[in-house]
Design a protein around this ligand. Sequence first.
Ligand code: IMP
Length: 194
Amino acid sequence: MTKLLVVATSNPGKLREMQAYLANSGWELTLKPEELEIEETGDTFAANACLKASGVAKATGQLAIADDSGLQVDALNGVPGVYSARYGKTDADRIARLLKELGNEVNRQAQFVCAVAIARPNGEIVLQCEGICRGEILHTPRGNGGFGYDPVFYLPEKQLTFAEMSPEEKKLVSHRGNAFAALLPQLNTILSAG
Ligand code: IMP
């Protein structure tokens, strides 16, 4: 049986990381049709991951995987949260807005959250996992790697932002890396479960 998963994302940064995380899993990833857009109407990361996986699985008739993720800043009561992608038009706009909202706030604690869901072709959710990574928001961006809010998300224990880490380093500590580490051991059970 072909181990094929349709990826329910149009974000190239997320796709790159998902491909790297599933590289040696024996699963082949294919991108969802560009015109197929599933509205993220859920108010949690998990709800949106399920909506996207289920919608893309039903529309394509294949197993589908979706990730919904975002940044929750403690001093902003969890904002931008599920609105992380909609917080500005470009990555630079989103970072600028975040830094403006935080201003000189002393509490810079924040976390990235990543929920992953896999759906069968009939839309039924067969697997769900969540990963978290805690860090701090810097006053100015640092580093050129990664995507999204990576240049302002700093891990004190590594003394690096996500944007200063290699993809391998980010995988070991990131919310998405943690979610996929929890998902991988369960991935093959969805085929045997029929
Ligand atoms: P969504 O999951 O498509 O709703 O988008 C989540 C948004 O959160 C992305 O567009 C990024 O702005 C942000 N985000 C999620 N994961 C990361 C990450 O690993 N690094 C930086 N930003 C991220």
